[in-house]
Design a protein around this ligand. Sequence first.
Ligand SMILES: [Zn+2]
Length: 110
Amino acid sequence: MNGEKYWEVTKKDWYRTTRILLVFIPTLGFFSVLMLPDYWYFWLLIVVAGLALLVAWHAENFAYICPKCGEVFEISALKYLLGPNSINKKYLKCPKCKKRAWAEILRIKE
Ligand SMILES: [Zn+2]
């Protein structure tokens, strides 16, 4: 494993992700009450913008490790949206060995 730039996702990272979601979900709920059903298009805009921000943040801060060959790689926000997810793994095609597998998530050091 490449120890220079990446590390395993720690409890602190989970807290941070949880904190972001804890802000994100009630904010969404608040806007839903405020804007639905009269301003649903504004509401939709906010949802899409919020999700885009969330995905961009995630793509920028996390990388994945291939379970077959150990290659560590980053993915784009688009790929992030397309691939199936579990809580701490993502089904991805490895850029090195070209095999599809459940890649474990890693945090990118800032
Ligand atoms: Zn691989």
